[in-house]
Design a protein around this ligand. Structure first.
Ligand code: SF4
Length: 443
């Protein structure tokens, strides 16, 4: 979501004649779009903020902090980082450009906007704080890269309040985007030669749009509407799904439409019922496994990836063993694994963080190693096979080598020329290096 919102902001800035600095030291305006999901993400931003302080003295520039950290840590930021010029949360970002424009000569603005300025002793200039909650506004377009893949937000916020998660507090309740606006964005992307879109939301399965008492449009119906109106775009993905909202109808729609990638990211978070309950996830281990079975039975060749959270308060060895067991039972194609860290304001924050750091680290390593083994085995079975990929650019290593992705979001590098970028081609998978396939183009 942050990536999509950043692209949209870049687009707006470009429309207002801003150009991208060749390097950070040249910039007149620096915007940090932040994430609060994990402590590490916030720590990184604190580090950046510290680094920008002396740089601002060398060469003045306007510093903007936007996103979830601005929502969550407003007071702390205002106190600790007096060199920030504008603080903008998730609900006021549409006002940011006006503030930037008003203050091209000097930020912050004064006079009519002074009521929004937060002055602190020792702060040379007041910081404009745009952090009031309001209705979330979707931008019209979230694509500025010129590449073949694009994000399309379809909903925002979350009503689930999983006990460890800060998202509902900083992103607010669920809001579904008007389908006409979604279709208009996709139509523009089609014309811009985008070839693959990813529908975005904190919980896309609960998309539900109704207007003036009309019958609500659900996520499976929206998916159908989208894939039935595509022109050049051939692949559609979506993230993130919640297992409790993954309906039979959705499974059927995916199975009936080839344009919907056979890759489902379905965060399980844990394998123990006791921990799932404490997490307030709304499903049991058995229900999750049953859902996976139904998905696999109905959608041929589907790839399933997940998120796993290790070290939740109270997690004991048996809970952990059940998680490893579930990973083996499902045979996830890949997993994002992370360890619990308390987020102030969440329900789990009240629980004693009883798993020690070293236990969390040790368990996380075991989870990562197990997933690597499973992923590698599954990928090795594909060596020698042929598949369709979308070429997205040069590989990191060489301009003679292209990077592409399969329908399952697996990376493939192969010798090729830049003319292939943005095209679907067929490759034979010849070997595996780490997590990336090497391949060659075939007819
Ligand atoms: S579903 Fe749970 S984990 Fe996902 S964003 Fe909502 S509260 Fe957070």
């Amino acid at each position: 979501m942050n990536k999509a919102e950043s692209e949209s902001l870049e687009l707006d800035l470009t429309e207002r004649s801003w150009v991208c600095a060749r390097e950070p030291g040249e910039a007149d305006l620096v915007i940090l779009n932040t994430c609060s999901v994990r402590k590490t993400a916030e720590d990184r931003i604190w580090g950046r903020l510290g680094g920008y302080k002396p740089k601002k003295q060398e060469k003045p520039f306007k510093l903007v902090l936007m996103g979830c950290m601005s929502e969550r840590l407003k007071e702390e930021i205002l106190n600790e980082a007096p060199h920030i010029n504008i603080l903008v949360g998730n609900f006021q970002k549409h006002r940011l450009l006006d503030f930037i424009e008003d203050s091209r000569a000097e930020i912050p603005s004064h006079g009519r906007k002074a009521q929004e300025a937060a002055t602190r002793p020792g702060r040379s200039t007041p910081c404009v704080s745009l952090t009031a909650h309001g209705e979330y506004r979707f931008s019209d377009l979230h694509y500025n890269t010129g590449g073949p893949r694009a994000f399309v937000p379809i909903m925002h916020g979350c009503n689930n309040y999983c006990s460890y998660c800060i998202v509902p507090y900083v992103r607010g309740p669920e809001v579904s985007r008007n389908p006409k606006k979604i279709m208009a964005e996709i139509s523009r992307l089609d014309k811009a030669y985008v070839r693959e879109i990813t529908l975005l939301g904190q919980n896309v399965n609960s998309y539900n749009y109704s207007c003036n008492g009309t019958e609500a449009l659900t996520f499976p119906a929206l998916l159908k509407l989208i894939v039935n109106n595509l022109k050049r775009i051939e692949w559609v993905r979506f993230i993130t799904s919640h297992p409790k909202d993954f309906s039979e109808e959705l499974i059927r729609v995916i199975s009936e439409h080839k344009a919907i990638c056979r890759h489902i990211h379905l965060p399980v978070q844990h394998g123990s019922d006791r921990i799932l309950k404490l997490m307030r996830r709304g499903y049991t281990r058995g229900q999750y496994l049953n859902l996976i079975e139904r998905i696999k039975n109905c959608i041929g060749g589907v790839s399933i990836t997940t998120d796993i959270l290790i070290g939740f308060p109270g997690e004991n060895r048996e809970d952990f063993r059940l998680t490893l067991k579930l990973m083996e039972e499902v045979g996830f194609d890949d997993a994002f694994t992370y360890r619990y860290n308390p987020r102030k304001g969440t329900r789990a924050y009240q629980l004693e963080d009883s798993v020690t750091d070293s236990e969390k680290r040790e368990r996380l390593i075991r989870v990562i190693e197990l997933q690597r083994r499973i992923s590698k085995k599954k990928k090795m079975n594909k060596i020698g096979s042929r598949c369709r990929v979308l070429v997205e650019g040069f590989s990191k290593k060489s301009r003679e080598e292209m990077l592409a992705r399969t329908e399952y979001d697996e990376m493939v590098v192969f010798p090729g020329k830049k003319e292939k970028i943005g095209h679907y081609i067929r490759v034979e998978l010849t070997s595996l290096k780490g997590n990336t396939f090497a391949g060659k183009e075939v007819k």
